[in-house]
Design a protein around this ligand. Structure first.
Ligand code: BES
Ligand code: ZN
Length: 610
């Protein structure tokens, strides 16, 4: 397969010929048919005299009509062949006498199988009374929600009017701009004045309530979660302030959080003005709020300075990990930043072990020709990208030199979409021969070589020492001798240290069931509600072929749909031959209530699909 277009391997669009500069959406949300019907009004600009075609990405959309808004002139269009991952190009022929700038209106509807949307029946929600729908467009699912130039190289402002049953609330990744109530339906208006890429368009409709947690922040969720959320995310404003001190003013106005139903497939998603998060962050002790710091960071790295296509995804995620950990440092001290980076290095090592150190998708800048970004998704852009930035920070002389550079980079490229090369040129230009080490960086080793990064930074491991000692003692304990452990062993560890201790145990040979039973007896591990701890504890059990934890594991992967947790557990069950059939049966029973992207990748993990 070849690249779909010169500018983006995963998009058919040709913004170099005709560019979309604005979007207005008019939608009706139909819970009965599980479709969104309506229209999109695209402001387009011809880039060349002889550019007669507007090419848009679509996926399983039904197109009803294409018109010039001003004159009502009906335009001819063709829908190209359907590709299972990339969809089909919609090619609209523009009349030769059309102005350089014009508005094209497309009437259409989505299909019930729309990969961007998850429709929940009332029984699948916390309140059980009302239906719910939410979207996840990153990386290339926006095309299943609207015809658009579905490439992050194109940025535009958008407005929307969304109609839904009156007992529901509609939210989008935009500022709320009022609502009009009809007999049984309400229309909600939205406005996103900051130009942004299509993958940040987002929608949620449900029985939602809100609580204020800061001067520019509300938390939204079904009422069952709202109080817990208010407590969990109370530090939002503090994080925003820390991020602004590092990155510059927050330009998006509002920063709200929406706690989604458990099937939300990610930890968080940086939808502008309204971050989406999984309810698995509601640990009750604010210990998982780093995900919020991460999504806040995307307000600059990703949402202002954007990767121009998904091969440069590390520009979004590696930078965001870096800023996230800077915020952690400002809030909790520099050792916390090092502790988190060390944990990230370990996650990276595990990821590369699982994928294989020669897998070309472990390149920091992989070739995505013919590759669905959902298949390429991994820890690599996050942690290898973060390691590169950490290394650069050390090389240029530390935070006092690197942080001003970061600020200058964000200021220079805000509202733009860039490639890795743009970043490199700016770095070299900024330090302009003042830092000798920069000339010696082996960019090929960092960007275009699979496996672990060429250099491991020196992380301060003071917060990991206790975890490591306890891990070592458990590994070395001979169960024929007296048990040297006590219930209070974990008392002095923070929940992130307990998580780290489990992560270290997971790097060792599988523990014996006898040891795990002892841990359970002393530490009541299976009663812990923190999802990161639960996840690692269950994996330890599965690795040890501990039959008693299987039901808990199956419960965990069917009660919530966060892929970071669901995929490794399914893979562990698959590895354990006695449990393979059970894993497949569980998947088959639950796949229809999973979000489509999650069902798609788990099918691959279970070798049910190529
Ligand atoms: N933007 C990502 C989520 C994403 C990436 C969705 C690619 C679809 C395609 C988000 O910012 C993210 O990285 N979430 C992480 C949070 C973590 C690294 C703190 C997650 O979901 O676990
Ligand atoms: Zn991210």
């Amino acid at each position: 397969m070849s690249r779909l277009s010169p500018g983006d391997p995963n998009s058919y669009s040709r913004p170099d010929q005709v560019l979309v500069t604005g979007i207005h959406l008019e939608w009706d949300v139909d819970f009965t048919c599980k479709v969104v019907t309506g229209s999109v009004l695209l402001t387009v600009e011809r880039k060349g005299e002889d550019a007669p075609h507007l090419i848009l990405d679509t996926r399983e959309l039904t197109i009803k009509s294409v018109k010039v808004e001003e004159t009502g002139q009906v335009l001819t269009y063709t829908l190209g062949d359907h590709h299972p991952n990339f969809g089909s190009p919609l090619t609209v022929t523009l009349p030769s006498d059309i102005k350089k700038q014009c508005k094209i209106q497309i009437e259409y509807k989505t299909s019930p199988g729309c990969s961007a949307l998850q429709w929940l029946s009332p029984e699948q929600t916390a309140g059980k009374k009302h239906p719910y729908v939410f979207s996840q467009c990153q990386a290339i699912h926006c095309r299943s929600l609207l015809p658009c130039q579905d490439t992050p190289s194109v940025k535009m402002p958008y407005t929307a009017e969304v109609t839904a049953p009156s007992d529901l609330v509609v939210l989008m990744s935009a500022l709320r701009d009022g609502q009009s109530e009809g007999a049984s339906k309400t229309t909600f208006r939205f406005r996103q004045p900051v130009p942004m890429p299509s993958y940040l368009i987002a929608l949620a409709v449900g029985a939602l309530e809100s609580r204020r947690v800061g001067p520019r922040s509300l938390v939204w969720s079904e009422k069952e979660y709202v109080e817990k959320a208010e407590f969990e995310f109370a530090q939002t404003e503090e994080m925003l302030v820390a991020a602004e001190s590092l990155c510059g003013p927050y330009v998006w106005g509002q920063y709200d959080l929406l706690i989604l139903p458990p099937s939300f497939p990610y930890g968080g998603m940086e939808n502008p003005c309204l971050t989406f998060v999984t309810p698995t962050l509601l640990a009750g002790d604010r210990s998982l709020a780093d995900v919020v710091a991460h999504e806040i960071s995307h307000s600059w790295t990703g949402n202002l300075v954007t990767n121009s296509h998904w091969e440069h995804f590390w520009l979004n995620e590696g930078f965001t990990m870096f800023v996230e950990r800077k915020i952690a440092s400002r809030l909790h001290g520099e050792p916390t930043r090092h502790f988190s980076a060390l944990g990230g290095w370990k996650d990276l090592a595990e990821c590369i072990r699982t994928r294989g150190e020669n897998d070309p998708l472990t390149n920091l800048v992989p070739d995505l020709t013919g590759v669905d970004p959902d298949d390429a998704f991994s820890t690599v852009p996050y942690e290898k990208g973060h390691t590169l930035l950490w290394h650069l920070e050390t090389l240029v002389g530390g935070p006092s030199d690197f942080e001003p550079f970061l600020r200058a980079y964000l200021d220079k490229f805000k509202y733009q979409s860039i490639t890795s090369e743009t970043f490199r040129s700016f770095l070299l230009e900024y330090f302009n021969g003042r830092v000798s080490g920069l000339a010696d960086i082996d960019w090929k080793a960092w960007w275009n070589t699979p496996g672990m990064p060429p250099i491991k930074p020196q992380f301060d491991d003071s917060l990991a020492v206790e975890c490591r000692e306890l891990c070592k003692r458990w590994v070395e304990w001979n169960t024929d001798t007296d048990c040297p452990f006590f219930a209070k062993d974990l008392a002095s560890l923070s929940s992130n240290q307990v998580r780290e201790w489990l992560a270290q145990l997971l790097e060792e040979e599988p523990l014996s069931v006898a040891k795990l039973e002892k841990m359970e007896e002393l530490y009541s591990m299976s009663k812990r509600q923190n999802a990161e701890i639960k996840f690692r504890w269950l994996r330890l059990g599965l690795r040890a072929h501990w039959t008693e934890c299987v039901d808990d594991a199956l419960k965990f992967i069917t009660e919530q749909g966060r892929m970071k947790f669901v995929r490794p557990i399914y893979r562990d069950l698959y590895q354990w031959e006695d449990m393979r059939a059970k894993a497949v049966a569980t998947y088959n029973t639950h796949k229809d209530s999973m979000m489509r992207v999650a069902a798609y990748v788990v099918a691959k993990d279970l070798h049910l699909r190529e």
